[in-house]
Ligand binder design. Sequence first.
Ligand SMILES: [Fe+2]
Ligand SMILES: [Fe+2]
Length: 342
Amino acid sequence: MRDEKKAFIRFKENNHQNSAVPQAVLGDDFRINWANRAFRDLFHRENTCIGEHIAGFATLTGLDGRSLYHQLKDPATGYSFQGNGESRFHHHPRLFTNVHIVPILHEPYKKETVVGYCAYFHDATLSHQQSLRAIFSSLLEASRMKDNDTGRHIERVNRYSALMAESMYDDGTDLQVDRDFVDNISFLAAMHDVGKIGVPDDILNKAGPLESWEWEIMTTHTLNGAYILGAYPDPMAVEIARSHHERWDGSGYPYGLMEEMIPLSARIVTIADVYDALRSKRSYKNEMSHREAADLILLGRGTQFDPELVEIFRSLEEKFSEIYDELYDEYKETNSSSPLAG
Ligand SMILES: [Fe+2]
Ligand SMILES: [Fe+2]
């Protein structure tokens, strides 16, 4: 057996199957030669992953514009990589990792030969998610201070949207709806009106109907929201803010998008948002019963709303009503002046 091969095998034997650190040993072609239990658990693999390319497990960032291949073959980098990884799965939330890949060297006669690599992964999902969500929740709080008409509206919109997405995930009818989609929409639906922070107070809180020029400014909350949420790493945030007033028949704003041109996330939030706005009491309107609101949603099938989503709404409408009752707001006269909340 060649010395390089022996060095490689020795390295693998020294790595413990039971190590808590997820790790994989790669050949010099970056294919997995060995992986421990923690690695397979992290990537939700029941069975072996031997022979698979490491690039199939995570999209790596931190490559200085080079490919992983060039970085790991370069003596100047010490044949190593340090950066972040992102992995998506259909049945599990997105995974964020800190990744280190180091060479396994064989050094006969002081001449280095890379015989393989060891890749270590540290699960950073929780800290990543927590800091991200903390920042965007503060943003949401800031926008609520300006548009304080909405009470628990945004909480309910999150819940209805999650309910619809969850049901689509269970049915498996749309491949776009994976675990991550459900998880994201249940946080991001609440952000739909964050762009109202850019609408002047006298328009936002005007008691009577808006003039057409005022209405035009009001509609910019969709684009403002998209601009503000552009920093969010998942495009769903921008999609919801930008497109939650689009209509299935193309008569909505800001772009008059039609049917499936409107992102799925926004089509879901539209139904959730409108249902809740119909049910809620405002200074300019009374609250509607569940039946009245649900009938209006059914009536909007194919004009305002995606017909397939309306069918899903129909199958879940009792649960919509339960969520509304569970998170019911006591209406306060003093706290409710915006004619356009919802
Ligand atoms: Fe809106
Ligand atoms: Fe709303």
